[in-house]
Design a protein around this ligand. Sequence first.
Ligand SMILES: Nc1ncnc2c1ncn2[C@@H]1O[C@H](COP(=O)(O)OP(=O)(O)OP(=O)(O)O)[C@@H](O)[C@H]1O
Length: 359
Amino acid sequence: MSPYESDPADRIVAASADGEDQAVEAALRPKLLDEFIGQERVREQLSLVLQAARQRGTAPDHVLLSGPPGLGKTTLSMIIAAELNAPIRITSGPAIQHAGDLAAILSSLTEGEVLFLDEIHRMSRPAEEMLYMAMEDFRVDVIVGKGPGATAIPLELPPFTLVGATTRAGLLPPPLRDRFGFTGHMEFYAPAELQRVVHRSADLLDVEIDPAGAAEIAGRSRGTPRIANRLLRRVRDFAQVRHDGVVTVEIAARALDVYEVDARGLDRLDRAVLEALLKLFGGGPVGLSTLAVAVGEESETVEEVAEPFLVREGLLARTPRGRIATAAAWRHLGLTPPPQQGRGAVPAQAELWGSAEER
Ligand SMILES: Nc1ncnc2c1ncn2[C@@H]1O[C@H](COP(=O)(O)OP(=O)(O)OP(=O)(O)O)[C@@H](O)[C@H]1O
C-alpha cells in the first residue's frame, strides 16, 4: 500500500507551509536582522544594502531572495521593511495573472513601500514585462481600450523596493534577474543554527526544552527552520500529553519516532523508497518508474518529493542507468550491502561507495 495516500504536501517534513504553519508562523518570525539566525553572508550583505539606503535616505535597490521553501525568504522580506521602517505589501506570482493585476498593486504603492512578490518565477509574461519598466523607471504604461484604438497611458510610480522570492532562480528570465541590485542565496541551515531556531521558538511558545532536546529536533529538521518549528510543536504535544511538558532528548526522540521522522529526518515515504531500492533491487540501478511502482507511488512523487532530500543526504544517486543506493543508505537502514555489488560489479556504484560518507 502507498505510504502516502494523502497529499505529500501534508507530510510532517514538508518544507512548504500548511494551514497550521501559517497560523503560528507570524508569532515565530524574527522581526529584525539581528534576531535572524544563520545565513550569515546574506545577512551581512543585506545589512550593508539597507544601511547604505538609510544613510542616503532613498529606497534600496530591488532584492531577490532565492532558495528552497521554508528557509526564511518571507521572514527576511518583512525584516527588510521593518529595518527601513516602511510598510510592506505581500503578493505572489500566481496571484498576478494579468498585467492589470500588477498595475493595480503598483499604482497603489506609497513612497518607500516594500513590495514582496513570492514565487516571482510564476508570474504571467505580460505582468513580468510591466514589472521590468516599473523596477527600472518607476513607471508603468496602463493600456486603455483594445485593438487598434488601444492607448498607453503612462503612470508615474513612487520609488519602492521590490523583494522577489523564488525557489527556482534559474527559471527567471535574465532581463528580470538583471533588474535586481542584490541577490541573496539562502542555504540550508547547519544543525547548530537550527538548534538556536528551536530554542528561540520554544521560548516564544513557552516550552521548556533542554539543549539536547533542541539538538535532537534540529537534527531531524532537514536543514529547514519551518520543519524545525513544526517538529517542535509536535514534540511539545507529546511532552505535554505523555509527560510533564519538558522536552528532553528522550522525549524529543520518542515523539518524533511516533511521527515517523527518523534520526536523520527521513519520513515514511523516504524510507519506503530506500527500502525498496535496497531490499527489492539490491541497491540498484533501477529505473524511476519501477521504483515508483514498488512503493505504490506516482513517479513524480518519488522524483519530486522523496528524491531531492535523499540525494542531498548522499543516500541515493541518480545515474543514466537508474537510481542507485550509496553505502550510507545501507548503513542508515542498518543493512549490510551485498558484497558482489560493493566490489566493482557496478562501476558507477563502486565509485559512489568509496565517496559517500555518512554525516
Ligand atoms: N533564520 C531564521 N531564524 C528563525 N526563524 C526562522 C528563520 N528562518 C525562517 N524561520 C522561521 O521559519 C518559518 C518559515 O519561514 P518563511 O515563511 O520566511 O520561509 P520562506 O522561505 O518564505 O518559505 P516559502 O518559500 O515556503 O514561503 C517561519 O516561522 C520563520 O519564523
